[in-house]
Design a protein around this ligand. Sequence first.
Ligand code: PLP
Length: 396
Amino acid sequence: MSLSDQQAAGLSAETVVVAAGRPPRERDQPVNPPVVLSSTYFGTGALDTGDRGYGRYSNPTWDPFEEAIGQLEGAELPGLLYASGLAAVSSALSLIPAGGVLVMPTHSYSGTLVMASELARKEFVQLRTVDIADTEAVKAALAPAGPDRRAASMLWLESPTNPMLGIADIPALTGAAHDAGAIVVTDNTFSTPLVQQPLALGSDVVLHSVTKYLAGHSDVVLGALVTSNPDIRSALLHNRTIHGGIAGPFEAWLALRGLRTLALRVERSQQSAAVLAQRLSSHPAIESIRFPGLATDPGHKRAKAQMNGFGSIICIEVAPAGGLDGAGAADKLVRALQLWLPATSLGGVESLIERRRRHAAEPVSVPENLVRLSVGIENVEDLWADLKQALDTLGG
Ligand code: PLP
């Protein structure tokens, strides 16, 4: 590959997203890696001995993305690409020993919570959910408790959380988890490695739904895990190979193509989110707003200490209006928009908006009138004009 780990360490992330994962700088080499469509490889050696072997074990199209995400997260090893963010969640949870204790934010991404709850129902793990912004409560959840007095095996972090935008004190919590003998997995989907680097903050494993910012165009579903620990990486690789949650080569190629513009997209969408959050916070149709970039946000100080920016997700609670309750007014707002796309997901070039509780899986502690906005890269004044005309239809 074109960029060694040593070279990457000396370059800024804006350069690494462009330069990492390229073919060797040799005459007639393509500047972009090819898509390799093959389910098997010439060879007479046994599987698991380092040869490519078979398409569930490895594919050359995965390698450039895995190299790039490893370098961006500051890891000593390449990342691992998965079929989806949730396939990566499943693989990370497989690190917990049978019956082990998993401490997880009450407001993690709903799919992650559903998976953990199902594992707990079958008694494969013990699940303790906790307000991740409450450091003392997390420490208490990590400590030995329950009939068998077990301490936690894994601390799951998501910061900011989806969708409540709670901010965890990552350095304090990784320290406490390690003291308790737990490993720490941090879902860094909302921030990207450009905004937050969980390995440097003490996390053992970083997770991404590559579907979101990293691929960035709402056209692929993929996930990734990154670690600097060779034993953890081997266990994850074995799990991916045997459970089969592998990425398709076309998707892997598209993700690398999307990654090339990550720095520009993140910069633009963060700037626009800051402008929109400020304006939304004084609109009378809005009851409350969450955005860690606002000085009034409860997570602002912590976010400022551990993030390089505040991301581009904003959540608002819509006030009851015109005889509608808050949820009804939120639905009306979403329907009145003409530029913002009413769709689930986040992190693409296009701005997306949705009322989260329309999904049955969303925790009931997420307010019914909460609307999540994923700010894209369109012109900020166009985005504001559309939001304002839709909010004004509520007559607040
Ligand atoms: N983690 C977070 C924070 C998410 O928002 C999502 C999806 O919305 C996932 C994980 C799951 O990723 P995927 O949809 O790629 O499986």
